[in-house]
Design a protein around this ligand. Structure first.
Ligand code: GTP
Ligand code: MG
Length: 850
């Protein structure tokens, strides 16, 4: 540029025409130096070497993984420098200088200073939708909270923007549910239908083949072919279809279901999985799916992953499972990934839990001060922050496993060891997802209704014994129950003592305290009612404890005598317990329980079959459990229900029983859509709960509510789910043994829903009270079901601890499935009987004058 020009003119040219240039504008302009050579070295910027810039290659189609195919849309992925995995200890707030070389992982160690070399991956990636996703690369193999490189603000901003973009892929817009009639012919309101996995259009059996053609991608309307599926239907992919089975040959159905499950268009896309804040690349997705312990049942969503320990969970939630360690993802683990609280780190939880559980049984041999921070490694080795001394392996401690069980935290499988992580994908077998011909039965119920007992009985009945691993899990569950009970026991003991003292000193203040606890208190005397409620909960769990073994039965008790005397004054208590000794029995049983607890918590403890059946629960946490089984067709029961055996020349007698725990169900029934394709819902309700109280699942009001009413409401919510509108329901009224025993001393009308129950007592009618009450309750549910759905409810009575009653229940369920199939095929229903009809109403047992 020529020197000595008019600076102001030059500046003006830099701005849009007409812009006012302020008088005192402070500016500086660089000019090219053309004076004499200088004696010193000038700083230079190295020219960019174009050929050396890493470029990405276009992915060339689906990546084959064993027999399965991970579909890959053509995408340019950013180049990522491969780095050896390395071990870095982690803690929220830990500084970079705290990185230390571990004796175990020294060879894999790497220094943070290398990190700049990854800046190349800042190149934006273009995804399959053609949108640019700014992807600031997260340096691999280190913890987010440790190094910020002063970019914190920007990267935060970028990732926020990114979140918005990425949410597009993850969140799934729920399509409007289509009406009940067939989308093509507008008829068939009451017929079962097949729905499109993309648009949810429903077709009756006459139209489905025309609407869906040859189904090259499974059950999609012709116009929906090649479109991505509705994510709510992912769990349905490849699952059997009653309608198709009727219309096509088994081979054709199998092929359709196979392509539905495996074709490219229906696969989860990598960008639908956001891990540590970043959507996955194809290679990352492939690594994740092909690792030794992949997270199963992946759904679109945001997850966090800790590569050192393998913890994996949904963003904002606690760890859900342990997957393979050392998977390299673009995103880094954020310290607040698990619930927005930097203190909440899986490792801390574990160690804190260890401390808690250790102190529970006064077995503490290891000192774990509460504020100590621990690092944990892929093999479970842990050490105190900043120390270089592996203290032990966390998973070797049964207490740590127990603590995890207690708080529904994942534990690695017993045979896992770090070396397996490197197993090549080809070593794995691709599971066979095809389950053609299997009738799926979903079993649900309110807490304690007996669903897991029924499940366990089915397992023992139909030949699929518990594997060693399952037994190990059940043992863990029984042990964790023991810990749970211990906690309640200690707390209960304290409260009883406090309340008893308060009652002695000042009955009115005790009343106030009781009231604060949330129970009803209508008169000064019935404030004891709140103690009653607690006592009932207390006794419920004690009964469950006792159920895990025969070892204890009450003798006498002295310690709680004052409390018991006080409690006995309450008529409600008297009505419930009948004999005062029963109250004495509670704390006494607890003492027996303590001695049993020591036996059960030892490593050598092996649960007996009775322990397995009687134990409360089935698996840890609120996960799903399922078993596949077959039912022998030559059962005497089937003769009772049908003479026409030839009709079943090809009987479908394979079943899958799927159980969702009540805990899982109480999460607002969000999960139900997953089970749209089940052939039947078995809903279990404990008859004996008609006069029991519980904390409402809604948690809204703090008053205890009647358990039967609570179960009825859950039942009603379930039957009204749109996804079950074509699914038959069998109601299992369980715990008939307890019901029989209880009905003599507590009238059924203690439950307000049954207030009009009026048993018939004539000399012509010798039906015992319990049987009448059972019929009445069954009818109440049948009426409710008919009013809500216009259909018939099937009801069965059971005593789930008594195996033959469960065998009968399943044979009945099989008949119901056949009736349903018959009905679909030719419109005939089952022979009318009490179990299938709604003609009978409960009016027979209702008091004439209300
Ligand atoms: N007396 C008696 N006890 C039963 C019966 N069915 C189940 N139980 C017991 O009741 C307790 C609870 O039963 P579960 O099968 O664990 O109940 P659940 O439906 O799985 O309940 P959640 O685990 O809370 O979801 C266990 O101790 C069972 O042994 C029955 O018919 N009679
Ligand atoms: Mg259970």
């Amino acid at each position: 540029m020529a020197g000595g020009g008019d600076w102001e003119e030059m500046v003006k040219k830099m701005f849009p025409p007409g812009t006012m240039i302020p008088e005192n504008l402070d500016y500086s302009i660089a000019l090219e130096y053309d004076g004499p050579p200088v004696s010193y070295e000038l700083p230079r910027i190295n020219p960019v070497d174009i050929p050396a810039i890493p470029t990405a290659e276009q992915a060339s189609g689906p990546l084959k993984l064993g027999n399965g195919v991970v579909p890959i849309a053509p995408v340019i992925g950013p180049h990522r420098a491969r780095q050896p995995a390395f071990q870095v200890a982690h803690r929220a707030g830990q500084s970079a200088s705290q990185v230390r070389s571990s004796s175990e992982s020294g060879s894999q160690q790497e220094d943070y200073s290398d990190d700049e070399s990854h800046s190349e991956s800042h190149e934006p990636a273009r995804n399959s939708q053609g949108q640019n996703a700014a992807r600031p690369a997260a340096p691999e193999g280190r913890r987010a909270q440790v190094v910020t490189f002063g970019l914190q603000e920007d990267s935060k901003h970028e990732s926020k923007e990114f979140d918005e973009v990425s949410d597009q892929y993850v969140s799934v817009t729920r399509k409007e549910k289509k009406g009940r009639t067939c989308c093509r012919c507008g008829k068939g309101k009451w017929e079962s239908k097949e729905s499109c996995i993309v648009c949810d259009a429903r077709y009756c059996s006459s139209c489905v083949l025309r609407a869906m053609g040859s189904m090259p991608e499974g059950r999609k309307c012709i116009t929906c072919i090649s479109k991505p599926i509705d994510e709510c239907k992912r769990s349905k992919l490849g699952k059997s279809s009653r309608i198709l089975s009727r219309l096509l040959s088994p081979l054709e159905v199998r092929q359709i279901l196979k392509v539905e499950k495996e074709c490219e268009a229906n696969q989860l896309r990598p960008e639908q999985l956001i891990v540590n804040g970043f959507p996955l690349h194809h290679e990352e997705m492939a690594d994740l799916l092909s690792c030794e312990r992949p997270p199963g049942n992946l759904k679109p969503g945001r997850y966090w992953y800790d590569k050192e320990s393998g913890f994996w969970g949904k963003e904002g939630e606690k760890p859900d499972r342990i997957v393979s360690t050392n998977l390299n993802f673009n995103g880094k683990l954020q310290p607040d990934a698990s619930n927005g609280n930097t203190k909440f780190y899986c490792v801390t939880i574990l160690t804190e839990l260890m401390t808690i559980s250790l102190s529970f049984v006064q077995l503490a041999q290891v000192q774990c001060p509460r504020d100590t921070h621990f690092w944990v490694y892929h093999d479970g080795g842990y050490e105190e922050e900043g120390q270089n001394n592996i203290k032990g392996k966390i998973w070797e401690s049964p207490l740590a496993r127990l603590a995890c069980a207690l708080f529904s935290l994942p534990v690695p499988p017993a045979d896992s060891d770090g070396t397996k992580d490197e197993a090549p994908y080809s070593a794995r077998t691709v599971p066979n997802y095809l389950d053609h011909g299997i009738q799926k039965l979903l079993i649900l119920g309110s807490p304690g209704a007996g669903t897991s007992t029924i499940f366990k009985q089915a397992k023992l009945l139909y030949g699929t014994r518990f594997t060693q691993e399952e037994l190990e899990n059940i043992k863990l569950m029984i042990q964790s129950n023991i810990f749970k009970y211990l906690g309640i026991l200690l707390e209960g003991r304290e409260r009883f003592e406090e309340e008893a003292l308060a009652l002695e000193d000042n009955p009115s203040s005790a009343a106030k305290n009781s009231q604060q606890d949330g129970s009803k208190c209508t008169s000064s005397n019935s404030c004891i009612y709140s103690i009653n409620a607690k006592l009932k909960n207390f006794s419920d769990w004690l009964l469950d404890i006792i159920a895990t073994g025969d070892a204890f039965f009450p003798a006498a008790t002295r310690e709680y005598a004052p409390v018991v005397d006080e409690l006995w004054k309450d008529p409600a208590i008297q009505a419930t317990y009948k004999r005062k000794d029963e109250l004495h029995f509670l704390p006494d049983a607890a003492e027996y329980f303590l001695s049993r607890a020591i036996e059960v918590s030892s490593n050598e403890y092996e649960p007996s079959e009775k322990d397995v059946i009687y134990a409360e629960g089935l698996t840890q946490g609120n996960g799903l459990s399922f078993i596949d089984f077959t039912l022998d067709d030559r059962s005497p029961m089937s003769e009772n229900f049908s003479d026409n055996h030839d009709a079943y020349s090809q009987p479908v007698n394979k079943y899958q029983l799927i159980r969702v725990s009540a805990k899982g169900m109480n999460e607002g029934c969000k999960w139900v859509e997953m089970f749209e394709d089940v052939h039947m819902v078995i809903f279990s309700i404990a008859l004996s709960e008609y006069n029991e109280l519980c904390i409402p699942a809604s948690g809204g009001n703090k008053f205890l509510v009647n358990k039967m009413i609570e179960s009825r409401d859950l039942f009603e919510t379930t039957i009204r789910q749109p996804c079950f509108r074509d699914t038959p329901f069998v109601l299992v009224l369980n715990k008939y043994d307890l019901f029989e025993e209880k009905i003599g001393r507590a009238p059924l009308s203690e439950c307000e829903w049954f207030s009009d129950f009026c048993p018939i007592r004539t000399h012509h009618n010798n039906q015992p009270m319990a049987q009448q009450a059972f019929y009445y309750v069954a009818m109440k549910f049948k009426d409710l079901y008919a009013a809500a759905t216009g259909r018939k409810l099937f009801v069965w009575q059971a005593r789930a601890r008594d195996r033959p009653t469960i065998d009968e229940a399943f044979r009945y369920i099989r008949e119901v499935l056949r009736w349903e199939d018959e009905k679909d095929n030719n419109g005939y229903g089952p022979e009318e009987s009490f179990y299938s009809t709604t003609e009978l109403s409960s009016s027979r047992l209702i008091a004439a004058a209300e």
